[in-house]
Design a protein around this ligand. Structure first.
Ligand code: 1CP
Length: 346
């Protein structure tokens, strides 16, 4: 680890004292960066992912360009699904598209097992290279079983997840088997990322807010419990759990052995702390659309989020979801500097 290593993000994840509020942005490597767009012209998404030099370059770029306190590995939640037999392509402007969606229990039993060292050596090589080069922690990540299953069942992005939920209600045994397989994959994949050098891991359950609390408790919470418990047993790296439109699930999440909870912009930090009684560190939660508005509005909201975060130990500034292609690099640079300066003074 380099001498000038910045561990502010890790300290905030552990609710230790920090000099300022650390910040990173979901989808901080991406289309809003002219440098990313140029590389993407030459390669498909998975080619970028599979060539460690390219993967390392795009992972480092936002750290150098924006001055954020953490890097997130350039990959996708779909990356570990290809080796287990999911025919997935990432299409520009759409997202993941699956050639062989899951329809029956046979499709679940056909899925293979992930062996990260032999299936995804490029991911582990990229992490090892980044570990040598970065002066901020590298966040590894994986998709959560519900969110992965939603793509595998719907065949691509969806608005209401009715096929996913239909499968869950109509074929509960096959659903349980699918959740179990994806939970094992997630644990194996994240443990391998941690062994290669990831300093924290985030589990993206982006679409799980489509479930009500009762169904979450019954159909999803048991596997999420197992995933976080198994990672905790194997290592002491902080774990972060994030989803969109999932404010109604936060008290369920609070009971999981996850360390940090990620908020989208719909639930304020004050609401999470004061109304819901959440004591865990929180990450979030500026609406990424606000980055397209005037600077004064962005600054006002960022100040409000920082003030709310500062009332309790353990706040990591982030967006409430990934950054959009239309956002200007200068806006994120200015926001990062503002977050650091303002939180140092307060
Ligand atoms: O932030 C980073 O730089 C890390 C890289 C990263 C992460 C953490 C990418 C690269 N994808 C993800 C996670 C991811 N992928 C999630 C969870 C977070 C979220 O909710 O956004 C999800 C749901 C996906 C699936 C996905 N992949 C989508 C969303 C589609 C939908 O259902 O609405 C999209 C558009 C992709 C493609 C993708 N993944 C990543 C990038 C840079 C891109 C765009 C690829 C391109 O250049 O065309």
């Amino acid at each position: 680890m380099p001498k000038n290593f910045n561990d502010t993000f890790l300290r905030a994840c552990r609710q230790e004292a920090v000099d300022y509020t650390p910040v990173w942005y979901m989808r901080q490597a991406g289309r809003y960066q002219p440098e990313y767009r140029k590389i993407r012209e030459k390669y498909s998404f998975f080619e970028m992912n599979e060539i460690p030099e390219v993967c390392v370059e795009v992972t480092r770029l936002p750290v150098e360009q924006l001055g954020v306190d953490a890097a997130i590995l350039f990959a996708d939640i779909m990356t570990p699904l290809k080796p287990i037999g999911v025919d997935v392509d990432i299409r520009s402007g759409i997202g993941p598209v699956i050639g062989n969606p899951i329809r029956h229990w046979e499709d679940v039993y056909r899925l293979g097992e992930l062996d990260p060292e032999s299936h995804l050596p490029f991911i582990l090589d990229s992490i090892r290279m980044l570990e040598e080069q970065l002066t901020v922690p590298l966040i590894g990540f994986a998709g959560a079983p519900f969110t992965l299953a939603s793509y595998m069942i719907e065949g691509g992005p969806s608005k209401n997840y009715h096929q996913t939920k239909g499968f869950m209600y109509a074929q509960p045994k096959a659903w349980e088997a699918l959740m179990d397989k994806l939970a094992s994959l997630t644990v194996t994949y994240l443990k391998a990322q941690i062994a290669a050098g990831a300093k924290a891991v985030q589990i993206f359950d982006s679409w799980v807010g489509a479930l009500n609390r009762e169904d979450y408790h019954r159909y999803v919470a048991p596997v999420m419990h197992r995933i976080f418990a198994e990672i905790k047993e194997a290592s002491d790296v902080p774990t972060i759990y994030f989803g969109i439109g999932a404010g109604h699930l936060l008290t369920e999440w609070d009971r999981l052995p996850a360390d940090v909870l990620g908020l989208d912009w719909r639930t304020t930090i004050d609401t999470a702390r004061e109304e819901l009684g959440i004591q865990k560190p929180l990450q979030g939660n500026l609406d990424p659309s606000l980055l397209l508005g005037p600077w004064e509005m962005i600054e006002d909201k960022a100040r409000e989020i920082l003030d709310q975060g500062a009332k309790h130990s353990g706040h990591i500034f982030n967006l409430g979801h990934g950054t959009y292609p239309e956002v200007r690099v200068e806006t994120l640079q200015r926001l990062t500097a503002f977050i650091h300066d303002y939180s140092k003074q307060n």
